[in-house]
Ligand binder design. Structure first.
Ligand SMILES: Nc1nc2c(c(=O)[nH]1)N[C@H]1C(S)=C(S)[C@@H](COP(=O)(O)OP(=O)(O)OC[C@H]3O[C@@H](n4cnc5c(N)ncnc54)[C@H](O)[C@@H]3O)O[C@H]1N2
Ligand code: MOO
Length: 394
């Protein structure tokens, strides 16, 4: 059995590039940019008024002058021109500063009467003007290839006219549940049966990562497992399985993978939950297999501590590291790396957490009370207030 650190390293080592694809701007949130996004023009593209008021030429006017109003510059009007430098033009926020003007005085500082504007102070050149190119200049890189696209980035993409964007392609994933005790969620289970909750948790997690996936259920029968897993290996980039990898008489998956020539990278990790995790790759089809143990907490935690980091590596994105201070004493007297469920809070800008009590890795409702897990090294004990590496669920 290998350690969690070794297992994690082996998973990350198999990360691969799935190529690029073009998506509509509104389907790009959360995707990773596969192209640099350049400024198609200066930002702002013209000297832009930041106030509603009057545009003037500061060199030709002084305090208490009464300036004749030549006209109005609205946002959306092409640039106008101040004819007489001692006059002014009314101007609206977002309008192009007229030619021969170098300052804007806001309405609150002007008295307008009979087509004239009296000013109470001398304007400073450049006041209330958002200067052309002062934010960014044409052809500057606004968003870098490799950056994840956030909602803040959407406005930037829109303003440079990128309706379709080149992003990193995400893997095609099949979620496979195994086990004769499982029934679909629209069926009422017999007393000895349960509904297949892991399939939906996994699909939800993948959806949060923008990955659409296909659900499959395969009964515990070797011939059917072999046939259907072979088909899935040929048609998907990743198979995420839950269940069927431990020591049970019907835990056929490791032997089926071997029969189908899937290269085993490891089976079983010195960790809890999630010890019976099986991970491998089919060389010919380049399909990755994450076969998570069936207990719901094991499946869910393993997805976070392996799959998420693997996907980040595939997207050349760096995984985030969080630290949390625990309000409880924490102890791990086993030889396994433990991942304990915690509920986290922000206290004075510090992330703090409390242990979530649960009934082990079969207690899926305990997951709903948790916001993530902390990693606790084997044979260790910590006082209240100690810091841990934290993996958030959301
Ligand atoms: N002799 C041993 N027995 C077990 C060991 C061990 O080391 N030696 N490890 C235990 C650990 S730890 C785990 S975790 C489980 C994992 O077993 P499997 O991966 O083989 O999973 P199953 O036996 O098929 O199922 C376990 C449990 O999970 C439920 N399950 C499975 N799939 C789903 C699903 N899609 N949705 C909801 N729940 C699911 C299943 O009904 C079982 O209750 O093995 C221990 N045993
Ligand atoms: O490790 Mo198993 O994942 O505890 O139930």
């Amino acid at each position: 059995m290998i350690s969690y650190t070794e297992a994690h390293k082996k998973v990350i080592e198999t990360a691969m590039d799935f190529g690029e694809t073009q998506v509509h701007i509104m389907d790009s949130i959360g995707c990773v940019l596969a192209e640099d996004i350049l400024a198609d023009r200066d930002f702002p593209p013209f000297n832009r008024s930041t106030k509603d008021g009057i545009a003037v030429n500061s060199k030709y006017i002084k305090e208490n002058d009464s300036l004749k109003i030549e006209g109005i510059c609205a946002a959306g009007d092409p640039q106008k021109e101040l004819k007489d430098f001692a006059n002014c033009l009314e101007i609206m926020t977002g309008a192009v500063l007229p030619d021969n003007c170098d300052a804007v005085i806001m309405y609150e500082e002007v008295d307008i009467e009979n087509g004239k504007a009296r000013i109470s102070s001398s304007p400073i050149p450049g006041q209330n003007i958002h200067k052309k190119g002062s934010d960014q200049q044409k052809d500057e890189v606004l968003l870098k290839k490799g950056e994840p696209i956030s909602s803040q980035n959407i406005g930037v993409l829109a303003t440079v006219g990128k309706e379709r964007i080149s992003v990193k392609k995400l893997p095609k994933v099949a979620i496979i549940s195994t086990g004769n005790e499982l029934v679909p969620i629209d069926k009422v289970p017999e007393i000895h049966q349960i509904r297949t909750s892991n399939s939906y948790s996994l699909q939800a997690l993948l959806r949060q990562l923008n990955i659409e996936s296909e659900l499959m259920h395969i009964p515990d029968e070797k011939d059917i497992l072999e046939k259907r897993i072979l088909t899935a290996l040929k048609n998907f980039d990743v198979l995420v399985l839950s269940g069927g990898v431990s020591k049970g008489k019907y835990d056929y998956l490791p032997e089926i993978f071997e029969k189908l020539s899937v290269q085993k990278k490891f089976h079983r990790v010195a960790q809890q939950p999630g010890k019976p995790f099986w991970f491998g790759m089919h060389r010919d089809y380049e399909t990755h297999i994450f076969a998570f143990p069936g207990n719901p907490v094991s499946t869910y935690v393993n997805f976070h501590i392996y799959f998420n980091d693997w996907l980040d590596a595939c997207m050349s994105a760096s995984s985030k590291n969080y630290e949390i201070r625990m309000n409880d004493e924490v102890e791990n007297s086993t030889d396994l790396t433990k991942f304990l469920l915690v509920s986290a809070n922000h206290e004075k800008a510090v992330l703090t957490g409390n242990l979530v009590n649960g009934n082990g890795s079969g207690d899926l409702v305990s997951l709903s009370k948790a916001s993530g897990v902390i990693k606790v090294e084997p044979q260790s004990a910590f006082k209240t207030g100690s810091a841990f590496s934290y993996v958030p669920f959301r």
